[in-house]
Design a protein. Sequence first.
Length: 109
Amino acid sequence: MAQPTHTQLLAQTEEALTILYCLVHDACSLLNPNGRRYELPNRLSESEIIALTLLQQLWGVESERSFLRDTQRFFSHLFPGVVGLHPRCTAGCASSGAYNGASAPGDRL
């Protein structure tokens, strides 16, 4: 059972993340009005990637693996494209759709 303080903290974090995303999305829309045209379904948009990157920096999380695990666990309802992302995949390949599950360049088999 969730502790009341944890639930309240998660709700505040979720609200702050939503506000952060809205601000980033508005800024991205002003800077690149045609940007949404290139998005693929079930992928992260530029705005989502920037918002999640800022969240990772604000939290001070250095491990990309643990950040993605926590993001998938707590915020997958806000960012459905984050489910299934692999830590080897950088933010750029997530938005461009370049990562298809194959080995990254330089990986040993």
